[in-house]
Design a protein around this ligand. Structure first.
Ligand code: PRP
Ligand code: ZN
Ligand code: MG
Length: 226
C-alpha cells in the first residue's frame, strides 16, 4: 500500500510514453528534478513523487495500491488486467483521463509470402506475441483455434526463426514490420496513453484534493493542444 503522504505517480522510465508523460506533468506545473539513474524523482514544488519503472510493471503497481496514479498505454493495461484476473490478483483501476499521445495499434502481421485469406488462415497456427491474453481473447471472439506464443521481445523475428507462423505486435509507423518482411493484416486493439488511479480504496483527503486540483490543469493542456 502507498502509505506515503506524498502522491505517488508511476511513469515509464524509457520508451514511447516517457517523454510525453513527463512533459504533461511539467505542463501542469509540477517541477521535477529527474536524474537518469534514480528510480524516484521528488517534485520540488508539490507533495508528489515520481516512480520511474518499466511500463509492464505500472498496471500492477496501481492495482496493488503501491502507487496512486500511473501513466500507461491501454494495450499494456488491458493485457495486465486480463492476466491478473486469470491469476486471481486484484485487477481494478479507474481511468482518470484518456490522453492524446502514445497512439499505436496491436495488429496481427504475417510474412509477405503467406497466402492470407483472413483470420481463418491462422487456424491451427502459432502466433508470437507479448500480449497473449489480448490475442487469445481475439481468437476466441473470432472462433479460431490458434496458439499464442509468448515472447518478451524481438517478436518480429519469430516467423523467420521458425518459432511462429505469424506475429501480433504493436505497430505505429510500420517500419519494424516492413524491415522484417511482414505485412499488417488485422488490427485487434487500438491504444492510447491513459492516466489511471488506484481503485482499491479512497486516497487520503490530502491526496484526493491534490488530484482534484491537478485534473482541470490536465484538461487545459489537452484542450490547448487540440
Ligand atoms: C514496438 C513493437 C515494434 C515497434 C513498432 O516496440 O514491438 O518493435 O514498436 O513500431 P513501428 O511500427 O513504428 O516500427 P516498442 O518500441 O514499444 O518496444 P518493445 O518492443 O521493447 O516493447
Ligand atoms: Zn513494455
Ligand atoms: Mg519492439
Amino acid at each position: 500500500m502507498s502509505n506515503s503522504k506524498r502522491l505517488r505517480i508511476a511513469v515509464q522510465k524509457s520508451g514511447r510514453l516517457s517523454d510525453d508523460s513527463i512533459a504533461l506533468l511539467k505542463a501542469i506545473g509540477i517541477k521535477l528534478n529527474i536524474r537518469d539513474r534514480l528510480l524516484i524523482a521528488h517534485s520540488t514544488n508539490q507533495p508528489i513523487d515520481l516512480l520511474r519503472v518499466r511500463d509492464d510493471d505500472i498496471p500492477g503497481l496501481v492495482m496493488d495500491g503501491v502507487v496512486d496514479l500511473g501513466f500507461i498505454g491501454e494495450n499494456e493495461l488491458e493485457e495486465k488486467m486480463l492476466e491478473r484476473k486469470a491469476a486471481g490478483k486484484p485487477f481494478e483501476y479507474e481511468v482518470l483521463r484518456r490522453l492524446d499521445y502514445g497512439g499505436c495499434r496491436l495488429s496481427i502481421a504475417v510474412p509477405n509470402e503467406m497466402d492470407y485469406q483472413g483470420i481463418q488462415s491462422l487456424e491451427g497456427k502459432k502466433v508470437a506475441t507479448t500480449y497473449p491474453y489480448l490475442l487469445e481473447r481475439y481468437f476466441k471472439e473470432q472462433g479460431i483455434n490458434a496458439k499464442a506464443v509468448m515472447l518478451q521481445g524481438s517478436v518480429e523475428v519469430a516467423p523467420r526463426a521458425g518459432v511462429a507462423d505469424a506475429i501480433c505486435d504493436l505497430v505505429s509507423t510500420g517500419a519494424t514490420l516492413e524491415a522484417n518482411g511482414l505485412v499488417e493484416k488485422d488490427v485487434i486493439f487500438r491504444s492510447k496513453a491513459v492516466l489511471i488511479k488506484r481503485a482499491d480504496g479512497e486516497l487520503s483527503d490530502e491526496k484526493e484534493t491534490l488530484v482534484n486540483r491537478l485534473m482541470p490543469r490536465v484538461d487545459g493542456v489537452l484542450l490547448a493542444k487540440e
